[in-house]
Design a protein around this ligand. Structure first.
Ligand code: OGA
Ligand code: MN
Length: 288
C-alpha cells in the first residue's frame, strides 16, 4: 500500500487521502501510517463516517487506550475509551463539562505520570464557522532555541496542573476543576523530552505549566511565557479547520494543541477523542 499523502503545512501535518480507517488493514499497511505519523506528527483522515466502535478499533492500532480515569466526568458513559469534547448541554439543561476543553496550549495528559502517546479526535459536528484547532511542532520549537537557552532549560522540570482552565467559568468549571485536582496531583515533567521512538528532543511545555520545580511562580512565569510564545510562532503552527467526519491523530510527545473559541456558542460543536497511552514520564511534584 502506497499512502497518498498531502502536506498540511510547512511545519507539520499531512492528510492521508483516500483511506477508509474502518476497513481491515494489514500490519504493513498500518506500519506505513505509523511511519507517516512519526514523520508528520499529525495526520488527517477526511470523510470517515464511522461508529464509536470503529473509532476505538482504529485507535487501538496505535497502542493501548486510556480509559480516562483521570478525567471521569468527561468520558462517554458506555465507552470509557471515548472522551467527549462537546458544548451540547446535559439532558437537564446544565452546561457540558467539556464545553471549554483544550482552550489553552497543552499536550494531552501531561498532568499524569503516563502522558499520552497520541490522541485521535473525530469531528461529529462543527459550527458554521470557527472552532478550529491549532497544532504546534515542538521539535522545531526546541531546535530553534539558542544554545544558551537549550543549556538553561536542560535540567528543568515544569509542574503541570490539571483542572486549570483559562475560562475559569463559574458556569461549568468549579466542581469539575476541584475533582480534577483531587484526582491528579501536580506532576513535574522534563521541559525537554526525548521522543521515545524518534530519539529527537522536543520542548515539553504549555499553559498548564505553572512553575518550574524548585522555583516560584513569579520566577518561572517569564520563561514559561517566552517558551510558549516561541513554540507557537505562526511558522511552527498548523491551524485546522474542521469538517464533519474528519479524524485527526496527533503525537502528544512532539506537538501541543489549542482549541479556539472563535465561534457562535449557540451552535453545536461536538468532537470525540480516544487517547493512546504513552510511556511513563515525570514524577509527582515536590514543594517549591
Ligand atoms: C482534545 C482537545 C481540541 C479541540 O480533544 O484533546 O484539546 O479543538 N481538543 O476540540
Ligand atoms: Mn487536548
Amino acid at each position: 500500500m502506497a499512502l497518498n499523502l498531502r502536506k498540511l503545512s510547512h511545519a507539520l501535518g499531512a492528510e492521508v487521502c483516500g483511506l477508509d480507517v474502518s476497513k481491515p488493514m494489514s500490519e504493513a499497511g498500518f506500519g506505513e501510517i505509523y511511519q507517516a505519523f512519526l514523520r508528520y506528527n499529525i495526520l488527517l483522515f477526511r470523510d470517515q463516517n464511522i461508529t464509536r466502535e470503529q473509532h476505538i478499533e482504529f485507535s487501538r492500532r496505535f497502542g493501548e487506550l486510556d480509559r480516562h480515569d483521570a478525567l471521569p466526568r468527561d468520558r462517554h458513559p458506555r465507552h470509557p475509551e471515548i472522551l467527549m469534547v462537546t458544548n451540547e448541554p446535559k439532558p437537564d439543561g446544565a452546561p457540558s463539562d467539556t464545553k471549554y476543553t483544550g482552550r489553552q496550549w497543552h499536550s494531552d495528559m501531561s498532568f499524569t505520570l503516563v502522558p499520552s502517546l497520541g490522541s485521535l479526535l473525530r469531528c461529529l459536528s462543527v459550527p458554521e464557522v470557527g472552532g478550529d484547532t491549532m497544532f504546534a511542532n515542538m521539535y522545531l520549537a526546541y531546535e530553534t532555541l539558542s544554545d544558551g537557552m537549550k543549556r538553561l532549560i536542560a535540567g528543568l522540570h515544569g509542574i503541570h496542573l490539571s483542572g486549570t482552565r483559562k475560562i475559569a467559568n463559574t458556569e461549568t468549571g468549579v466542581p469539575r476543576a476541584e475533582e480534577q485536582r483531587r484526582i491528579n496531583p501536580p506532576v513535574a515533567q522534563p521541559v525537554v523530552r526525548v521522543h521515545p521512538e524518534t530519539g529527537r528532543k522536543a520542548l515539553y511545555i504549555g499553559e498548564k505549566v505553572k512553575r518550574f520545580e524548585g522555583m516560584t511562580e513569579e520566577e518561572s512565569k517569564p520563561l514559561i511565557d517566552y517558551l510558549v510564545a516561541h513554540a507557537t510562532r505562526p511558522e511552527f503552527v498548523y491551524r485546522h479547520r474542521w469538517r464533519k467526519d474528519d479524524v485527526m491523530v496527533w503525537d502528544n510527545r512532539c506537538t501541543m494543541h489549542l482549541a479556539l473559541g472563535d465561534f457562535d456558542e449557540t451552535q453545536l460543536r461536538h468532537m470525540e477523542r480516544t487517547t493512546v497511552l504513552g510511556t511513563p514520564s515525570g514524577r509527582v511534584a515536590q514543594g517549591a
